[in-house]
Design a protein around this ligand. Structure first.
Ligand code: PBG
Length: 313
């Protein structure tokens, strides 16, 4: 076997997986009420952007030819109905309009209530429980407001049953047939989101185990993906990525729909903690690709693409 590993040329010749800028979507946080970008504690090298300095990060993506960004809003005010999630002048809606004025870069936008609710849950609470169907209306309103602002893909991440169908229906009946849906189909109730929750100043108490997937039950992930495809998702997603490579692999074998994997905040933070060397981030992205993801959402996209030559053989 060692003849196949004898030098860098041969290893390159035999390599089966590689990364290119086309594999990535880069996540960006836009924060209301700040004038200048601010580093995010817990996510080394990542920032909260103000509308004033969004251009800087978009230009970096464009110069690398990263084909899309995924926007998250960090609003100034939260309330029990998450109303700034579907406000026409909310921070994400304004950011989308601004980006669309100056750039052709496709915009994907996270559609959820949790950044916008005072209780931090992804849905509406009634009598202490999440009301699935009332939440669907609000998610559809949020998605519609993003699409009207110019989002190319809306990305429901609340794990409510029927969210893709209700968003597809709202888009279609409002002449927004060209807006796509990338669904966070198989999103597990994971500890690996901890740095993200700090990043969006989440006020969550309790957990999301009544709506996000239980990580002991992999087969439900496949069922969720199947349902989302039936409801009209154009791209499906598994999230987190590295601890769920088995799910990514099964999903890629079972479905033809483009498959995204989200290397989430906790994965990125661990890889950047200083314990591991620089190659660990690259290696983990290769593993995600090898498992079968067509698209990787990663905070490390820019860093890895800028330094790609350093990792090769
Ligand atoms: C919103 C949402 C979350 C993430 C993406 N969209 C957080 C959550 O469900 O708690 C996590 C992303 C990350 O950790 O990088 N529902």
């Amino acid at each position: 076997m060692r003849r196949l590993r004898s030098n860098g040329y041969i290893r390159g010749l035999l390599s089966e997986v590689s990364l290119s800028c086309d594999d990535f979507i880069y996540p960006i946080f836009v924060r209301e009420g700040i004038k200048k970008k601010k580093p995010i504690k817990g996510l080394p090298g990542q920032f909260h952007y103000s509308l004033n300095d969004l251009d800087e990060i978009l230009e970096r993506c464009e110069s690398l030819k990263i084909p899309a960004v995924l926007l998250f809003g960090v609003p100034k005010r939260k309330d029990s109905a998450g109303s700034s999630a579907y406000d026409k002048n909310g921070i994400v809606q304004r950011a989308i309009r601004q980006i669309k004025e100056s750039s052709n870069l496709p915009v994907f936008s996270d559609v959820c209530l949790c950044q916008y609710t005072s209780h931090g849950h992804c849905g509406l609470l009634s009598d202490g429980a999440i009301d699935n169907d009332k939440t669907l209306d609000l998610l559809a309103r949020a998605a519609l407001s993003h699409a009207r602002a110019g989002a190319n893909f809306v990305c429901p991440s609340a794990m409510m049953d029927g969210q893709v169908a209700s968003i597809r229906e709202a888009l279609d009946s409002n002449s927004l047939k060209d807006t796509g849906i990338m669904s966070y189909s198989a999103k597990f109730a994971s500890s690996f989101y901890s740095p993200f929750r700090e990043a969006v100043l989440s006020s969550l108490k309790g957990d999301r185990s009544t709506y996000q997937l239980d990580f002991h039950s992999g087969s439900q992930a496949l069922k969720e993906i199947e349902l989302d495809i039936k409801e009209g998702a154009d791209i499906v997603m598994v999230k987190p990525a590295l601890p769920y490579l088995d799910i990514i692999s099964q999903a890629s074998k079972n479905f033809d729909t483009p498959l995204a994997a989200y290397q989430v905040s906790g994965e990125y933070a661990l890889l950047k903690s200083g314990i591991l060397d620089k190659q660990a981030l690259y290696e983990s992205l290769i593993a995600i690709k090898r498992a079968g993801a067509n698209i990787i959402i990663s905070y490390g996209a820019i860093e890895v693409m800028e330094g790609l030559d350093d990792y090769r053989h």
